[in-house]
Write a protein that binds this ligand. Structure first.
Ligand code: FES
Length: 112
């Protein structure tokens, strides 16, 4: 029995099926009113805000590279694990907890 009852917890939001995500690509979703980029990588599934904190380009269109997403406009890289920019360490993009259960990608409900 799976003790993680995501359907009744109210804390996890189903975003898409895992099979809807291409490997080593990002995809944009609107979840709880926020534009979220979901990335399926060799090391798991990650979620960040879709907006680059530099000048707002869509990170979901970025390239996955060594645990980061590389913004398509100025090529700054953001670590998928914690959002920290590896080019400008004082800059970061918000990240969200993600898990995969029963073939669904679930996003932990963002704190208001
Ligand atoms: S807009 Fe993303 S690095 Fe400049």
């Amino acid at each position: 029995m799976d003790l993680f009852d995501w359907q009744s917890s109210g804390e996890w939001i189903p975003v898409c099926k895992l099979d809807d995500l291409q490997k080593n690509k990002g995809k944009r979703f609107v979840v709880a009113g926020r534009e979220i980029a979901i990335f399926r990588t060799e090391n798991g599934v990650f979620a960040t805000d879709d907006y680059c904190p530099h000048m707002g380009d869509s990170l979901s269109a970025g390239r996955i590279w060594e645990g980061t997403v590389v913004c398509p406009r100025h090529m700054w890289a953001f670590r998928l694990a914690d959002g920290r920019c590896t080019d400008v360490p004082t800059l970061s993009v918000p990240t969200y907890k993600v898990t995969v259960r029963d073939g669904w990608v679930l996003l932990k409900k963002p704190v208001e």
